[in-house]
Design a binder for this molecule. Sequence first.
Ligand code: NAP
Length: 242
Amino acid sequence: MNYYIITGTSKGIGKALAEELLKEDNNYVVGVCRNSTITHKNYRHQPLDFSDIPAVEHNLQKVFLPYNDAEKLVLINNAGVLGDIGYVGEAMPNERFEFVFDVNVIVPAMLMNTFLQVYQQHPAQKLIVNISSGAGKYPIDGWASYCASKAALDMLSMTVQKEQDMRGSGVKVFALAPGIVDTQMQENIRQADVERFSTVDKFRDYKETNALAQPEEVAAKIIQFMHNADKYNDVVVDVRNM
Ligand SMILES: NC(=O)c1ccc[n+]([C@@H]2O[C@H](COP(=O)([O-])OP(=O)(O)OC[C@H]3O[C@@H](n4cnc5c(N)ncnc54)[C@H](OP(=O)(O)O)[C@@H]3O)[C@@H](O)[C@H]2O)c1
């Protein structure tokens, strides 16, 4: 059996990924986020709110069960939030930085840490895919905490891959940007005020001109990528270049 532990399976890219993987009988998916929207014999949901760090810490062992029959163990850190759109220093509540970093960086780091620790002796092939963003590579006004969190996720991925290489573990780690995808996150982006995010019209145009990728096609590309993960040497990758 191949075990996929995927965060954020209730909607968007994570849900499409889980549903595509569940088409194969030898795949099992453990979904982790607040809401459960998938019913399938090979799906188990672990409810967790990533903005509640003590609760995440308390429930980690429920996510990473022994899975003794696993041939493949995959962690996909997909759950993510954009946070409040607006300029730093202009009515941005301080606690929102913590919220975005908890969901986008701290919990993915905790999950990677626990995954690598718990399965260190497990003979299965191991893979970690962190869903990052182009927004971690250049600044976008109004998105400071999101851009910074995705840059942090890229560096976390590169550092962990370096460590795994130095240990000779064979574990592969990626920070994968999915492109611009037609999900709830994009819907929220389009509703922003131009005064707080100067390029909002560009994102409204993406929708109007059908330039957004569908979650199902992105999920299929990510699954194809995971099948060929050994062929990729760069940690930071973009679905649009595959
Ligand atoms: N859509 C794009 O254009 C785009 C572009 C670049 C990168 N990305 C990245 O792709 C990933 C998926 O995005 P998406 O567009 O599919 O977003 P989405 O449709 O908004 O879905 C986000 C997922 O994250 C989960 N989540 C949010 N807050 C959470 C919390 N506090 N605790 C646990 N889980 C939480 C949600 O589950 P619950 O609400 O049930 O908890 C949901 O399943 C994100 O990391 C995002 O940054 C997206």
